[in-house]
Design a protein. Structure first.
Length: 273
């Protein structure tokens, strides 16, 4: 029981909720700009060619999802996306460097949500994206051509030393709350991550509404049989919702959960020590 309530567990029966797909925004009509990368301004420098990867090679690559581990992925826990994201609309390979050998396969959906990944930088027709797989900070390069791009004004900042979470829109705070965070032996991992998916798990009575992030516990391989994904979720009592009380997840009050329902997948989440 302790393992289940300590963190996020993926179960067979989940219901997608709350979290928006890019194109959604604030309380007003959609404001996030979504454009095709093929419409971006052209450059005189030619794009780096996209390798043709045989299916036999793709079949052997690790999958970049919350259950996966991409051992050869470049690590970047510091670069911010600025709210920029790119859509993976079909399963596709990710590369350690543009045009080089592939290191992973990125699926088109993540826990029931369309795959939108933060863009850290671009280079000659390629985008470096943050992955939702282990290890924390894993990245890969994908071709930009034909991919939808978007930018959100939403952002989340977690300050572990102060025990708070702040949600902002266009740089302005929409709310700050005290949080529950990981114990000293199972700390909440610091670094840049992002909102991966939101769903309802009716089996989790401590907080049926769960928002999974793109990061994982650095000290535990699993939460109650799940992949050890760090999530933002509620808790029925204030005592269990504040201080160092979890296995790494971030526990928040209902008001914070309701605001999270406005955030699109791919929203940057910066967790600082």
């Amino acid at each position: 029981m302790a393992g289940v309530v300590a963190g996020f567990v993926v179960v067979a029966l989940v219901v997608f909720v709350g979290v928006k797909i890019f194109g959604g925004g604030d309380d007003k009509p959609p404001t996030a700009a979504t454009t095709s990368a093929s419409q971006a301004p052209t450059s005189s420098v030619p794009d780096i060619p996209v390798p043709d990867v045989p299916q036999s090679v793709l079949d052997k690559l690790p999958v970049a999802d919350t259950d996966g581990k991409v051992a050869k992925a470049p690590i970047d826990l510091k670069s911010a996306s600025g709210g920029n994201a790119i859509r993976v609309d079909k399963a596709m390979p990710g590369f350690a460097e543009p045009g080089k050998d592939p290191i992973t396969v990125i699926p088109k959906s993540q826990i029931g949500s369309t795959t939108w990944l933060p863009v850290l930088r671009t280079k000659r027709g390629w985008a470096q994206v943050r992955l939702p797989a282990r290890p924390n900070g894993a990245t890969a390069w994908i071709p930009e051509a034909g991919r939808d791009r978007a930018q959100t004004k939403w952002a989340v900042r977690v300050k572990l030393s102060k025990g708070t979470i702040t949600v902002t829109y266009d740089g302005r705070s929409r709310g700050t709350w005290d949080i529950g965070q990981g114990k000293d032996t199972t700390p909440t991992p610091a670094g840049e991550t992002f909102l991966l998916s939101g769903f309802v798990d009716p089996n989790q009575t401590f907080s049926p509404v769960i928002y999974a992030l793109g990061s994982h516990s650095d000290t535990l391989d699993s939460y109650g049989g799940g992949p050890g994904t760090v999530a933002v979720h509620g808790w029925p009592t204030k005592q269990g919702r504040e201080g160092k009380v979890s296995h790494g997840c971030i526990r928040v009050p209902d008001a914070a959960l309701k605001l999270f329902a406005k955030l699109p997948t791919g929203t940057p989440v910066d967790v600082v020590a």
